[in-house]
Design a protein around this ligand. Structure first.
Ligand SMILES: [Zn+2]
Length: 514
Protein backbone atom coordinates (compact mmCIF):
# COMPACT_ATOMS: atom_id res chain seq x y z
CA UNK A 1 0.00 0.00 0.00
CA UNK A 2 1.13 3.56 -0.70
CA UNK A 3 0.87 5.92 2.24
CA UNK A 4 2.59 8.93 0.67
CA UNK A 5 -0.72 10.65 -0.07
CA UNK A 6 -1.96 10.35 3.47
CA UNK A 7 1.34 11.68 4.81
CA UNK A 8 0.90 14.74 2.60
CA UNK A 9 -2.46 15.37 4.24
CA UNK A 10 -0.76 15.22 7.62
CA UNK A 11 1.94 17.64 6.59
CA UNK A 12 -0.45 20.13 5.01
CA UNK A 13 -2.99 19.98 7.82
CA UNK A 14 -2.76 22.03 10.95
CA UNK A 15 -2.94 18.98 13.19
CA UNK A 16 -2.49 15.25 12.89
CA UNK A 17 -5.65 13.22 12.23
CA UNK A 18 -7.15 11.68 15.35
CA UNK A 19 -8.44 8.13 15.04
CA UNK A 20 -10.66 6.62 17.72
CA UNK A 21 -9.90 2.97 18.45
CA UNK A 22 -12.25 0.62 20.31
CA UNK A 23 -12.47 -3.12 20.75
CA UNK A 24 -15.40 -5.28 21.90
CA UNK A 25 -14.74 -8.96 21.32
CA UNK A 26 -16.67 -12.08 22.17
CA UNK A 27 -17.57 -15.08 20.04
CA UNK A 28 -21.07 -16.43 20.63
CA UNK A 29 -22.07 -20.06 20.34
CA UNK A 30 -25.86 -20.14 20.04
CA UNK A 31 -25.89 -23.87 20.91
CA UNK A 32 -24.34 -23.21 24.33
CA UNK A 33 -26.74 -23.32 27.30
CA UNK A 34 -24.63 -20.86 29.31
CA UNK A 35 -25.74 -17.26 28.70
CA UNK A 36 -22.98 -14.64 28.59
CA UNK A 37 -23.09 -11.38 30.51
CA UNK A 38 -21.07 -8.25 31.18
CA UNK A 39 -19.43 -10.13 34.07
CA UNK A 40 -17.66 -12.37 31.54
CA UNK A 41 -16.00 -9.27 30.08
CA UNK A 42 -15.16 -7.89 33.53
CA UNK A 43 -13.45 -11.15 34.47
CA UNK A 44 -10.96 -10.63 31.65
CA UNK A 45 -10.77 -6.86 32.12
CA UNK A 46 -12.75 -3.99 30.56
CA UNK A 47 -10.41 -1.07 29.92
CA UNK A 48 -11.15 2.55 29.07
CA UNK A 49 -9.18 5.47 27.64
CA UNK A 50 -5.48 5.83 28.43
CA UNK A 51 -5.58 2.69 30.57
CA UNK A 52 -5.72 0.71 27.31
CA UNK A 53 -2.27 1.94 26.27
CA UNK A 54 -0.50 0.62 29.37
CA UNK A 55 -2.53 -2.56 29.68
CA UNK A 56 -2.22 -3.61 26.05
CA UNK A 57 1.45 -2.71 25.64
CA UNK A 58 3.41 -5.64 24.29
CA UNK A 59 0.30 -7.79 23.82
CA UNK A 60 -0.64 -9.32 20.47
CA UNK A 61 -4.05 -7.61 20.31
CA UNK A 62 -5.80 -5.85 17.45
CA UNK A 63 -6.11 -2.65 19.46
CA UNK A 64 -2.40 -2.49 20.26
CA UNK A 65 -1.54 -3.23 16.61
CA UNK A 66 -3.88 -0.46 15.47
CA UNK A 67 -2.48 2.09 17.95
CA UNK A 68 1.16 1.28 17.15
CA UNK A 69 0.64 1.53 13.38
CA UNK A 70 -1.39 4.73 13.72
CA UNK A 71 1.52 6.31 15.61
CA UNK A 72 3.95 5.14 12.91
CA UNK A 73 1.68 6.74 10.30
CA UNK A 74 1.83 9.96 12.34
CA UNK A 75 -1.81 9.80 13.36
CA UNK A 76 -3.04 10.26 16.90
CA UNK A 77 -4.70 7.13 18.29
CA UNK A 78 -7.52 7.90 20.71
CA UNK A 79 -8.19 4.72 22.72
CA UNK A 80 -11.85 4.48 23.73
CA UNK A 81 -12.51 1.05 25.25
CA UNK A 82 -11.41 -2.54 25.10
CA UNK A 83 -13.65 -5.37 26.29
CA UNK A 84 -12.85 -9.02 25.67
CA UNK A 85 -14.53 -12.17 26.95
CA UNK A 86 -13.99 -15.86 26.38
CA UNK A 87 -16.44 -17.40 23.93
CA UNK A 88 -19.78 -18.34 25.39
CA UNK A 89 -23.52 -18.60 24.93
CA UNK A 90 -25.82 -15.82 23.79
CA UNK A 91 -25.10 -12.45 25.46
CA UNK A 92 -27.83 -11.00 27.69
CA UNK A 93 -29.39 -8.02 25.94
CA UNK A 94 -28.88 -5.75 28.96
CA UNK A 95 -25.16 -6.55 28.95
CA UNK A 96 -24.96 -5.83 25.23
CA UNK A 97 -26.75 -2.54 25.80
CA UNK A 98 -24.23 -1.61 28.47
CA UNK A 99 -21.32 -2.32 26.10
CA UNK A 100 -23.04 -0.26 23.37
CA UNK A 101 -23.54 2.63 25.77
CA UNK A 102 -19.95 2.50 26.99
CA UNK A 103 -18.66 2.54 23.42
CA UNK A 104 -20.84 5.49 22.47
CA UNK A 105 -20.11 7.42 25.68
CA UNK A 106 -16.39 6.91 25.04
CA UNK A 107 -16.68 8.09 21.44
CA UNK A 108 -18.69 11.14 22.46
CA UNK A 109 -16.00 12.19 24.91
CA UNK A 110 -13.14 11.46 22.47
CA UNK A 111 -13.24 15.01 21.07
CA UNK A 112 -12.84 15.77 17.37
CA UNK A 113 -11.98 12.62 15.43
CA UNK A 114 -11.21 11.90 11.78
CA UNK A 115 -11.84 8.16 11.68
CA UNK A 116 -12.76 5.11 13.75
CA UNK A 117 -11.22 1.67 14.00
CA UNK A 118 -13.44 -0.97 15.61
CA UNK A 119 -11.87 -4.31 16.54
CA UNK A 120 -14.83 -6.70 16.82
CA UNK A 121 -15.17 -10.46 16.71
CA UNK A 122 -17.99 -10.63 14.17
CA UNK A 123 -19.97 -13.49 15.73
CA UNK A 124 -21.54 -11.79 18.75
CA UNK A 125 -25.24 -12.55 19.29
CA UNK A 126 -27.53 -11.21 22.03
CA UNK A 127 -31.03 -12.21 23.17
CA UNK A 128 -32.51 -9.64 20.80
CA UNK A 129 -29.88 -9.15 18.10
CA UNK A 130 -28.49 -11.75 15.66
CA UNK A 131 -25.71 -9.42 14.47
CA UNK A 132 -24.46 -7.42 17.48
CA UNK A 133 -21.25 -6.38 15.71
CA UNK A 134 -23.30 -4.84 12.90
CA UNK A 135 -25.38 -2.99 15.49
CA UNK A 136 -22.24 -1.51 17.06
CA UNK A 137 -21.00 -0.26 13.69
CA UNK A 138 -24.46 1.14 12.89
CA UNK A 139 -24.42 3.04 16.20
CA UNK A 140 -21.01 4.49 15.40
CA UNK A 141 -22.01 5.34 11.82
CA UNK A 142 -25.07 7.17 13.04
CA UNK A 143 -22.90 9.22 15.39
CA UNK A 144 -20.03 10.08 13.01
CA UNK A 145 -22.10 10.62 9.86
CA UNK A 146 -21.80 9.14 6.38
CA UNK A 147 -18.36 10.45 5.36
CA UNK A 148 -16.04 9.48 8.17
CA UNK A 149 -14.05 6.27 7.56
CA UNK A 150 -14.87 3.37 9.86
CA UNK A 151 -12.61 0.36 9.47
CA UNK A 152 -13.66 -2.85 11.21
CA UNK A 153 -11.47 -5.84 12.01
CA UNK A 154 -12.93 -9.27 12.62
CA UNK A 155 -11.89 -12.69 13.78
CA UNK A 156 -11.68 -15.16 10.90
CA UNK A 157 -14.71 -16.89 12.46
CA UNK A 158 -16.95 -13.88 12.00
CA UNK A 159 -20.28 -14.35 10.26
CA UNK A 160 -20.09 -11.30 8.03
CA UNK A 161 -23.44 -10.01 6.82
CA UNK A 162 -25.05 -7.25 4.82
CA UNK A 163 -25.54 -4.73 7.62
CA UNK A 164 -21.94 -4.45 8.74
CA UNK A 165 -20.67 -4.06 5.19
CA UNK A 166 -23.25 -1.32 4.60
CA UNK A 167 -22.34 0.55 7.79
CA UNK A 168 -18.53 0.29 7.63
CA UNK A 169 -16.09 1.77 5.11
CA UNK A 170 -14.01 -1.40 5.15
CA UNK A 171 -14.15 -4.73 6.96
CA UNK A 172 -11.12 -7.03 7.17
CA UNK A 173 -10.21 -10.16 9.12
CA UNK A 174 -7.36 -12.22 10.49
CA UNK A 175 -5.32 -14.05 7.88
CA UNK A 176 -4.30 -16.86 10.21
CA UNK A 177 -5.94 -19.82 11.87
CA UNK A 178 -4.74 -20.66 14.46
CA UNK A 179 -4.95 -16.90 15.01
CA UNK A 180 -1.58 -15.32 15.59
CA UNK A 181 -2.02 -12.08 13.64
CA UNK A 182 -4.28 -10.05 15.94
CA UNK A 183 -1.72 -7.23 16.15
CA UNK A 184 -1.00 -7.36 12.40
CA UNK A 185 -4.74 -7.19 11.65
CA UNK A 186 -5.05 -4.10 13.83
CA UNK A 187 -2.11 -2.60 11.94
CA UNK A 188 -3.77 -3.35 8.57
CA UNK A 189 -6.85 -1.46 9.77
CA UNK A 190 -4.68 1.57 10.58
CA UNK A 191 -3.20 1.42 7.06
CA UNK A 192 -6.67 1.24 5.51
CA UNK A 193 -7.82 4.24 7.55
CA UNK A 194 -4.90 6.22 6.19
CA UNK A 195 -5.80 5.24 2.61
CA UNK A 196 -9.50 5.93 3.22
CA UNK A 197 -8.67 9.44 4.45
CA UNK A 198 -6.35 10.07 1.53
CA UNK A 199 -8.71 8.72 -1.15
CA UNK A 200 -11.90 10.15 0.19
CA UNK A 201 -15.05 8.21 -0.57
CA UNK A 202 -13.49 5.60 -2.88
CA UNK A 203 -12.99 2.74 -0.44
CA UNK A 204 -15.60 0.03 -0.16
CA UNK A 205 -15.85 -3.61 0.86
CA UNK A 206 -17.80 -6.15 -1.19
CA UNK A 207 -19.14 -9.27 0.51
CA UNK A 208 -19.57 -12.62 -1.24
CA UNK A 209 -21.25 -15.34 0.78
CA UNK A 210 -21.11 -19.08 0.07
CA UNK A 211 -23.54 -21.61 1.57
CA UNK A 212 -20.79 -23.77 3.04
CA UNK A 213 -19.96 -24.58 6.66
CA UNK A 214 -16.53 -25.97 7.39
CA UNK A 215 -15.66 -27.81 10.63
CA UNK A 216 -13.20 -25.66 12.57
CA UNK A 217 -10.77 -28.58 12.73
CA UNK A 218 -10.05 -28.28 9.01
CA UNK A 219 -9.95 -24.50 8.75
CA UNK A 220 -6.22 -23.86 9.36
CA UNK A 221 -5.37 -21.42 6.61
CA UNK A 222 -1.86 -22.51 5.70
CA UNK A 223 -2.90 -26.16 5.29
CA UNK A 224 -4.64 -27.90 2.42
CA UNK A 225 -7.40 -27.29 1.38
CA UNK A 226 -7.82 -23.77 2.88
CA UNK A 227 -4.47 -22.70 1.44
CA UNK A 228 -5.84 -23.19 -2.09
CA UNK A 229 -8.48 -20.51 -1.54
CA UNK A 230 -6.13 -18.22 0.40
CA UNK A 231 -3.52 -18.34 -2.38
CA UNK A 232 -6.12 -17.62 -5.05
CA UNK A 233 -7.33 -14.64 -3.01
CA UNK A 234 -3.76 -13.34 -2.66
CA UNK A 235 -3.28 -13.55 -6.43
CA UNK A 236 -5.97 -10.88 -6.89
CA UNK A 237 -4.36 -8.23 -4.66
CA UNK A 238 -3.13 -5.18 -6.56
CA UNK A 239 -3.10 -1.36 -6.40
CA UNK A 240 -6.91 -1.28 -6.19
CA UNK A 241 -7.78 -4.50 -4.41
CA UNK A 242 -6.24 -3.68 -1.05
CA UNK A 243 -7.48 -6.58 1.02
CA UNK A 244 -9.24 -9.91 0.59
CA UNK A 245 -10.28 -11.57 3.83
CA UNK A 246 -11.66 -15.10 4.18
CA UNK A 247 -14.27 -15.91 6.78
CA UNK A 248 -14.88 -19.67 7.03
CA UNK A 249 -17.17 -18.71 9.97
CA UNK A 250 -17.49 -20.60 13.24
CA UNK A 251 -20.27 -23.06 12.46
CA UNK A 252 -22.12 -23.18 15.80
CA UNK A 253 -24.15 -20.11 15.10
CA UNK A 254 -27.83 -20.47 14.26
CA UNK A 255 -28.37 -17.06 12.65
CA UNK A 256 -29.56 -15.66 9.31
CA UNK A 257 -26.88 -15.09 6.64
CA UNK A 258 -24.68 -17.82 8.12
CA UNK A 259 -22.05 -19.08 5.72
CA UNK A 260 -18.54 -18.71 4.40
CA UNK A 261 -17.75 -15.09 3.57
CA UNK A 262 -15.24 -13.38 1.31
CA UNK A 263 -14.65 -9.68 1.86
CA UNK A 264 -12.95 -7.75 -0.91
CA UNK A 265 -11.85 -4.21 -0.03
CA UNK A 266 -11.14 -1.99 -2.99
CA UNK A 267 -10.54 1.60 -4.01
CA UNK A 268 -11.44 0.63 -7.58
CA UNK A 269 -14.62 -0.55 -9.23
CA UNK A 270 -17.27 -2.47 -7.38
CA UNK A 271 -17.81 -4.73 -10.41
CA UNK A 272 -14.20 -5.93 -10.41
CA UNK A 273 -14.40 -6.75 -6.68
CA UNK A 274 -17.67 -8.61 -7.25
CA UNK A 275 -16.08 -10.63 -10.05
CA UNK A 276 -13.25 -11.67 -7.73
CA UNK A 277 -15.79 -12.65 -5.07
CA UNK A 278 -17.61 -14.85 -7.57
CA UNK A 279 -14.43 -16.60 -8.72
CA UNK A 280 -13.38 -17.28 -5.12
CA UNK A 281 -16.85 -18.68 -4.32
CA UNK A 282 -16.63 -20.93 -7.38
CA UNK A 283 -13.20 -22.30 -6.37
CA UNK A 284 -14.38 -22.98 -2.82
CA UNK A 285 -17.45 -24.79 -4.16
CA UNK A 286 -15.30 -26.96 -6.46
CA UNK A 287 -13.17 -28.25 -3.60
CA UNK A 288 -15.83 -28.41 -0.86
CA UNK A 289 -15.60 -32.21 -0.48
CA UNK A 290 -11.99 -31.81 0.63
CA UNK A 291 -13.28 -30.19 3.82
CA UNK A 292 -15.02 -33.36 5.05
CA UNK A 293 -13.33 -34.61 8.23
CA UNK A 294 -12.15 -38.00 9.44
CA UNK A 295 -13.28 -38.48 13.05
CA UNK A 296 -12.14 -41.11 15.57
CA UNK A 297 -14.38 -42.72 18.21
CA UNK A 298 -13.16 -42.74 21.83
CA UNK A 299 -12.70 -46.53 21.69
CA UNK A 300 -10.58 -46.22 18.55
CA UNK A 301 -8.53 -43.45 20.14
CA UNK A 302 -7.78 -45.56 23.22
CA UNK A 303 -6.78 -48.46 20.95
CA UNK A 304 -4.48 -46.23 18.90
CA UNK A 305 -2.76 -44.85 22.01
CA UNK A 306 -2.32 -48.35 23.46
CA UNK A 307 -0.83 -49.78 20.29
CA UNK A 308 1.39 -46.97 19.04
CA UNK A 309 5.02 -46.67 20.07
CA UNK A 310 5.52 -43.04 20.97
CA UNK A 311 7.92 -40.54 22.39
CA UNK A 312 5.48 -37.69 22.58
CA UNK A 313 1.84 -37.63 23.77
CA UNK A 314 -1.16 -38.00 21.50
CA UNK A 315 -3.54 -35.06 21.62
CA UNK A 316 -7.10 -36.17 22.36
CA UNK A 317 -9.05 -33.45 20.60
CA UNK A 318 -12.35 -33.02 22.41
CA UNK A 319 -13.39 -30.36 19.93
CA UNK A 320 -17.08 -31.13 20.53
CA UNK A 321 -16.68 -29.34 23.89
CA UNK A 322 -14.25 -26.61 22.83
CA UNK A 323 -14.37 -23.66 25.20
CA UNK A 324 -12.76 -21.30 22.66
CA UNK A 325 -15.83 -22.10 20.54
CA UNK A 326 -18.23 -21.30 23.39
CA UNK A 327 -18.89 -24.76 24.80
CA UNK A 328 -18.96 -25.23 28.56
CA UNK A 329 -15.91 -27.46 29.03
CA UNK A 330 -17.68 -29.78 31.46
CA UNK A 331 -18.24 -32.81 29.22
CA UNK A 332 -16.84 -35.87 31.02
CA UNK A 333 -16.82 -38.39 28.14
CA UNK A 334 -13.03 -38.33 27.71
CA UNK A 335 -12.46 -38.53 31.48
CA UNK A 336 -14.72 -41.57 31.67
CA UNK A 337 -12.81 -43.31 28.86
CA UNK A 338 -9.40 -42.52 30.34
CA UNK A 339 -10.40 -43.73 33.82
CA UNK A 340 -11.56 -47.04 32.32
CA UNK A 341 -8.53 -47.52 30.05
CA UNK A 342 -6.76 -50.79 30.68
CA UNK A 343 -3.78 -50.71 30.79
CA UNK A 344 -3.88 -47.18 32.25
CA UNK A 345 -2.96 -44.26 30.01
CA UNK A 346 -0.74 -41.60 31.55
CA UNK A 347 -2.66 -38.47 30.66
CA UNK A 348 -3.71 -34.94 31.57
CA UNK A 349 -7.09 -33.36 30.99
CA UNK A 350 -9.25 -30.44 32.04
CA UNK A 351 -12.82 -30.25 33.27
CA UNK A 352 -14.98 -27.33 34.38
CA UNK A 353 -16.75 -28.22 37.63
CA UNK A 354 -17.17 -25.47 40.23
CA UNK A 355 -18.60 -27.78 42.91
CA UNK A 356 -15.76 -30.24 42.36
CA UNK A 357 -13.22 -27.43 42.75
CA UNK A 358 -14.88 -26.29 46.00
CA UNK A 359 -14.89 -29.84 47.38
CA UNK A 360 -11.19 -30.33 46.60
CA UNK A 361 -10.33 -26.90 47.96
CA UNK A 362 -12.11 -27.70 51.23
CA UNK A 363 -10.31 -31.07 51.43
CA UNK A 364 -6.91 -29.44 50.80
CA UNK A 365 -3.68 -30.53 49.11
CA UNK A 366 -2.79 -34.13 49.89
CA UNK A 367 -6.38 -35.11 50.78
CA UNK A 368 -8.16 -38.03 49.16
CA UNK A 369 -11.37 -37.18 47.32
CA UNK A 370 -14.17 -39.35 45.99
CA UNK A 371 -16.73 -37.41 43.98
CA UNK A 372 -18.94 -37.25 40.93
CA UNK A 373 -17.79 -34.60 38.50
CA UNK A 374 -18.65 -33.41 35.00
CA UNK A 375 -21.82 -32.42 33.12
CA UNK A 376 -22.52 -29.78 35.77
CA UNK A 377 -23.40 -27.04 33.27
CA UNK A 378 -24.64 -28.86 30.18
CA UNK A 379 -26.04 -32.32 30.77
CA UNK A 380 -27.03 -32.94 27.15
CA UNK A 381 -23.91 -34.76 26.00
CA UNK A 382 -22.40 -36.85 28.83
CA UNK A 383 -23.03 -38.13 32.36
CA UNK A 384 -21.12 -37.20 35.55
CA UNK A 385 -18.14 -39.46 36.26
CA UNK A 386 -16.93 -40.82 39.60
CA UNK A 387 -13.40 -39.60 40.27
CA UNK A 388 -11.33 -40.81 43.20
CA UNK A 389 -7.85 -39.48 43.75
CA UNK A 390 -5.52 -37.14 45.59
CA UNK A 391 -5.65 -33.35 45.48
CA UNK A 392 -2.21 -32.22 44.30
CA UNK A 393 -2.69 -28.46 43.97
CA UNK A 394 -5.19 -25.74 44.93
CA UNK A 395 -4.98 -22.23 43.46
CA UNK A 396 -6.80 -19.28 41.93
CA UNK A 397 -3.85 -17.84 40.00
CA UNK A 398 -4.63 -16.80 36.44
CA UNK A 399 -2.77 -18.40 33.53
CA UNK A 400 -0.46 -16.39 31.33
CA UNK A 401 -0.63 -17.66 27.75
CA UNK A 402 2.81 -18.51 26.38
CA UNK A 403 1.98 -19.86 22.91
CA UNK A 404 1.66 -17.87 19.69
CA UNK A 405 -2.09 -17.25 20.17
CA UNK A 406 -2.71 -14.18 22.37
CA UNK A 407 0.81 -14.43 23.76
CA UNK A 408 1.20 -12.75 27.13
CA UNK A 409 -2.56 -12.51 27.75
CA UNK A 410 -3.65 -13.32 31.29
CA UNK A 411 -6.64 -15.67 31.50
CA UNK A 412 -8.57 -16.37 34.68
CA UNK A 413 -9.68 -19.96 35.35
CA UNK A 414 -11.34 -18.87 38.62
CA UNK A 415 -10.46 -21.26 41.45
CA UNK A 416 -8.77 -24.43 40.24
CA UNK A 417 -7.32 -27.67 41.56
CA UNK A 418 -5.41 -30.65 40.23
CA UNK A 419 -6.33 -34.21 41.14
CA UNK A 420 -4.21 -37.30 40.51
CA UNK A 421 -6.49 -40.30 39.96
CA UNK A 422 -3.71 -42.77 40.79
CA UNK A 423 -4.70 -44.49 37.52
CA UNK A 424 -2.48 -42.38 35.26
CA UNK A 425 -5.03 -39.61 34.79
CA UNK A 426 -4.32 -36.13 36.13
CA UNK A 427 -7.27 -33.76 36.03
CA UNK A 428 -7.12 -29.97 36.10
CA UNK A 429 -10.55 -29.06 37.47
CA UNK A 430 -11.48 -25.41 37.07
CA UNK A 431 -14.26 -23.02 37.99
CA UNK A 432 -13.97 -21.26 34.63
CA UNK A 433 -12.70 -22.88 31.41
CA UNK A 434 -8.98 -23.56 31.20
CA UNK A 435 -7.45 -22.49 27.89
CA UNK A 436 -6.09 -25.70 26.37
CA UNK A 437 -5.12 -24.30 22.99
CA UNK A 438 -1.85 -23.50 24.71
CA UNK A 439 0.02 -25.88 27.07
CA UNK A 440 0.46 -23.08 29.62
CA UNK A 441 -2.61 -24.05 31.68
CA UNK A 442 -1.21 -27.55 32.20
CA UNK A 443 2.35 -26.37 32.71
CA UNK A 444 1.42 -23.58 35.13
CA UNK A 445 -0.83 -26.01 37.03
CA UNK A 446 2.28 -28.13 37.58
CA UNK A 447 1.41 -30.97 35.19
CA UNK A 448 4.36 -32.15 33.11
CA UNK A 449 2.76 -33.09 29.82
CA UNK A 450 5.84 -34.07 27.82
CA UNK A 451 6.19 -37.54 29.38
CA UNK A 452 2.52 -38.46 29.06
CA UNK A 453 0.84 -40.80 26.59
CA UNK A 454 -2.10 -38.44 26.01
CA UNK A 455 -3.13 -34.85 26.58
CA UNK A 456 -6.73 -33.78 26.14
CA UNK A 457 -7.55 -30.40 24.61
CA UNK A 458 -10.92 -28.67 24.42
CA UNK A 459 -9.95 -26.89 21.24
CA UNK A 460 -10.60 -27.42 17.53
CA UNK A 461 -7.45 -26.18 15.87
CA UNK A 462 -5.88 -23.43 17.98
CA UNK A 463 -3.95 -26.08 19.91
CA UNK A 464 -1.95 -26.89 16.78
CA UNK A 465 0.18 -23.79 17.21
CA UNK A 466 0.37 -23.91 21.02
CA UNK A 467 1.32 -27.60 21.06
CA UNK A 468 3.41 -27.50 17.87
CA UNK A 469 6.25 -30.00 18.12
CA UNK A 470 4.96 -31.39 21.41
CA UNK A 471 2.68 -34.21 20.18
CA UNK A 472 2.73 -37.40 18.09
CA UNK A 473 -0.66 -37.04 16.44
CA UNK A 474 -3.99 -35.32 17.06
CA UNK A 475 -7.02 -37.62 17.28
CA UNK A 476 -10.21 -35.70 16.50
CA UNK A 477 -12.91 -37.36 18.56
CA UNK A 478 -16.34 -38.18 17.17
CA UNK A 479 -18.41 -36.74 20.01
CA UNK A 480 -21.62 -34.75 20.31
CA UNK A 481 -21.60 -31.27 21.82
CA UNK A 482 -22.15 -27.56 21.35
CA UNK A 483 -18.99 -27.35 19.21
CA UNK A 484 -19.23 -30.73 17.53
CA UNK A 485 -17.44 -31.25 14.22
CA UNK A 486 -20.50 -33.30 13.18
CA UNK A 487 -22.49 -30.26 12.00
CA UNK A 488 -25.46 -32.25 10.72
CA UNK A 489 -26.19 -33.25 14.33
CA UNK A 490 -27.02 -29.65 15.31
CA UNK A 491 -30.57 -28.31 15.17
CA UNK A 492 -30.29 -25.24 12.90
CA UNK A 493 -33.46 -23.12 12.53
CA UNK A 494 -32.36 -19.75 11.15
CA UNK A 495 -29.60 -20.37 8.62
CA UNK A 496 -29.90 -20.22 4.81
CA UNK A 497 -30.74 -23.58 3.20
CA UNK A 498 -29.52 -25.66 1.53
CA UNK A 499 -26.22 -25.62 3.40
CA UNK A 500 -23.23 -27.85 2.68
CA UNK A 501 -22.48 -30.32 4.27
CA UNK A 502 -25.62 -30.63 6.38
CA UNK A 503 -28.17 -30.76 3.54
CA UNK A 504 -28.45 -33.18 0.64
CA UNK A 505 -28.70 -31.93 -2.97
CA UNK A 506 -26.89 -28.67 -2.31
CA UNK A 507 -26.22 -26.14 -5.02
CA UNK A 508 -24.21 -22.95 -4.80
CA UNK A 509 -26.51 -20.08 -3.81
CA UNK A 510 -25.56 -17.06 -5.86
CA UNK A 511 -25.35 -14.40 -3.18
CA UNK A 512 -23.33 -11.20 -3.30
CA UNK A 513 -24.00 -8.44 -0.81
CA UNK A 514 -22.57 -4.98 -1.25
ZN1 LIG B 1 -11.59 -17.42 15.69
Amino acid sequence: MDFSTSRQIVEKGSSRPRIAVASIIQETNTFSLQPSSYADFETQGVWFGEEIITRSAGLNLEISGSMTRLAELEFIAVPVMRAWAMSGGVLEEKSFRRLRNELMDGLKSAGMIDGVILNLHGALVSDEEFHCDARLVEDVREFVGTDMPIVVTHDLHANVGTRIVAAATAVIGYKTYPHIDQGDTGARAAELISVALARKGTMKTVLQKVNILIPAEIQPILDYPMNVVRELADSHLDQEILDISLFPVQPWLDVPELGFGFLITTVGSREKAQGIGKSLAQKLWEIKDKFLLKLVTLDEAIRIIHSAPQTKPFVLVQSADATPGGATGDDAAVLAALLLANPPISSAMTLVDAAGVAECKAAGVGAKVDMNIGSSLDGRWSKPVRLTGTVTRVSSDPIVLTGPVMNGQEVSMGDWVTVDSGHGVQVLITQRPAPTFDPSAYVQAGLNITDLAAVQVRSCALFRSGFAGLFTDALILDLAGATTPNLASLDFQNIPRPMFPIDKDVSLLDVIYN
